[in-house]
Design a protein around this ligand. Structure first.
Ligand SMILES: *Cc1c(COP(=O)(O)O)cnc(C)c1O
Length: 223
């Protein structure tokens, strides 16, 4: 594919998604472009289309994609959307503006120490395992209150909202509704939910952020 047609394809897909989000909700959620596994050409194409908010799963890959681009694009906003190990907390705090995957006390402690050391305070979301799937990261719904209390009172962190990844084989709506209810119960404002297959649905359920990869860039395996 030529650079021109790649740029045009990605710009068109982005415009379509932004229009669908605007139609789905009066307060359209922020579109986070999930740039994991994408080649440089795709990242350059979506930057050229005006996208500045990005999500990455892994700290190391995010550094490779974004550290050198920060200077050229000072208005970048980077979200960590994958699991974080405590020994990567300082690297994550240095690079990301939002960390969406706080899910345990030990990580709250590591993030608090890293924020003091780096003198940088990314926004934090708690990841909720709404489907209570054993293999999936995130705190189960009944434990959100405990983790929130620990993060605030023991670790001295501010928590801005919640994130979830619904089970792949279930309708997402009930999971979005549950995440929204938990956020309302605890007075949390940000809701990161919805991916390529269900971002419009998530917008209708009140998402403030949707995380979209494939629908923007095309298939990752084909990239
Ligand atoms: C990869 C990923 C996405 C994007 O998935 P698509 O289906 O490609 O849109 C969103 N959220 C998380 C946490 C991811 O890991």
């Amino acid at each position: 594919m030529t650079t021109d047609s790649l740029n045009q394809d990605i710009a068109n897909r982005r415009a379509g998604i932004l229009a669908a989000l605007a139609a789905a909700s009066a307060s359209a959620p922020e579109l986070i472009a999930v740039s994991k596994s994408q080649p440089d050409a795709a990242i350059e194409a979506i930057l050229a289309a005006g996208q500045r908010v990005f999500g990455e799963n892994r700290v190391q890959e995010a550094q490779a994609h974004w550290e050198s681009r920060r200077e050229a694009y000072p208005d970048l906003v980077l979200h960590l959307i994958g699991p974080l190990q405590t020994n990567k907390a300082a690297d994550a705090v240095r690079l990301f503006d939002v960390i969406q995957t706080l899910d345990r006390e030990k990580l709250a402690d590591a993030l608090a120490a890293a924020m003091d050391k780096e003198e940088r305070r990314p926004q934090l979301l708690i990841q909720v395992n709404t489907g209570e799937e054993p293999q999936k990261a995130g705190v189960i719904p009944s434990k959100v209150g405990d983790l929130l209390r620990y993060a605030r009172e023991q670790a001295g962190l501010e928590v801005a909202g919640l994130m979830c990844i619904p089970p792949a084989d279930e309708p997402a709506g009930p999971h979005f509704a549950l995440l929204k209810k938990i956020a309302r119960d605890y007075g949390l404002g940000l809701l990161s939910m919805g991916m390529s297959g269900d971002y419009e649905l998530a917008a209708r359920y009140g998402a403030t952020h949707v995380r979209v990869g494939t629908a923007l860039f095309g298939d990752r395996s084909a990239a």
